[in-house]
Write a protein that binds this ligand. Structure first.
Ligand code: 13P
Length: 256
């Protein structure tokens, strides 16, 4: 059975106190999660240590601490960067790689994302690997090739075992991120099925059926259930709606 995942990506939002309150509130009202379901809080670096205590206190192995970025190098003169070992030390077990904001605003290219992925896989971390096309690509109906290229450039050098053990894919069409324009269930399912067929072609059908593919982009309490009901949508990577328990909890419930 594929893992179902709802991950909150807080981006550069919330004070530490607000973040801790949010996590405590979500945990205290958490519905009982099916065996294969997981919730991940991807916090800013300064919040990780405090949020880690809240997550650990639950004793619930289905609630995880995630980071939004890391560097591929183990240590050294990399001002402003953070290592995987540092993240692990705070209790992080999942890291977002390849978010469109890091690709577009911070110039992260396929090769850097590949190196980060490799370092995370080697460290036994769970990678939330993001892909997704800009509006112009969608308008010219080239989204399938665009996403295929993102995956093949940074991910498809991994072995089937590594993919299965470490990788979750998040499809986040850039035109849907923070815009209030959600992909339709048809658009989401079509792309997720495409991604699964790429996985099957590269790693075999059995492996492809075991890798979770999340949807992200203006996913909210009102549309999560119908998106998650799509055959190849295994949960969501949530931005704005992950910042309040009232909006995040119904999305978790939609996965249950
Ligand atoms: P929104 O849910 O705010 O559209 O953000 C999605 C996202 O970028 C999650 O990584």
């Amino acid at each position: 059975m594929r893992k179902k995942i709802v991950a909150g990506n807080w981006k550069m939002n919330l004070s530490i106190a607000d973040g801790v309150n949010l996590v405590n509130e979500v945990i205290s009202k958490l519905p009982s999660l099916p065996e294969q379901a997981h919730v991940i809080f991807c916090c800013p670096f300064t919040h990780l240590d405090r949020v880690s205590s809240s997550v650990n206190n639950t004793g619930n192995h289905q609630v995880h601490l995630g980071a939004q970025n890391c560097n591929d190098k183990a240590s050294g003169a990399f001002t402003g960067e953070i290592s995987i070992a540092m993240l692990k030390e705070t209790g992080v077990d999942s890291v977002i790689v390849g978010h469109s904001e890091r690709r577009q605003l911070f110039g992260e290219d396929h090769d850097f994302l590949k190196r980060k992925t490799d370092a995370l896989v080697a460290a036994g971390m769970h990678v939330l690997f993001c892909c997704g096309e800009p509006l112009a690509v969608r308008e010219s109906n080239k989204q399938n090739d665009y996403v295929a290229n993102q995956l093949s450039e940074s991910l498809f050098h991994l072995s089937a075992e590594e993919m299965m053990a470490s990788i979750t894919i998040a499809y986040e069409p850039i035109w849907a991120i923070g815009t209030g324009v959600t992909a339709s269930t048809e658009q989401a399912q079509e792309m997720h099925a495409h991604i699964r067929s790429l996985l099957a072609h590269q790693f075999g059908e059995e492996i492809a059926q075991k890798i979770s593919i999340l949807y992200g982009g203006s996913c909210n309490a009102a549309n999560a259930a119908e998106l998650f009901a799509c055959k190849d949508v295994d949960g969501g990577l949530i931005g704005g709606a992950a910042l309040k328990s009232e909006t995040f909890l119904p999305i978790i419930e939609a996965m249950c």
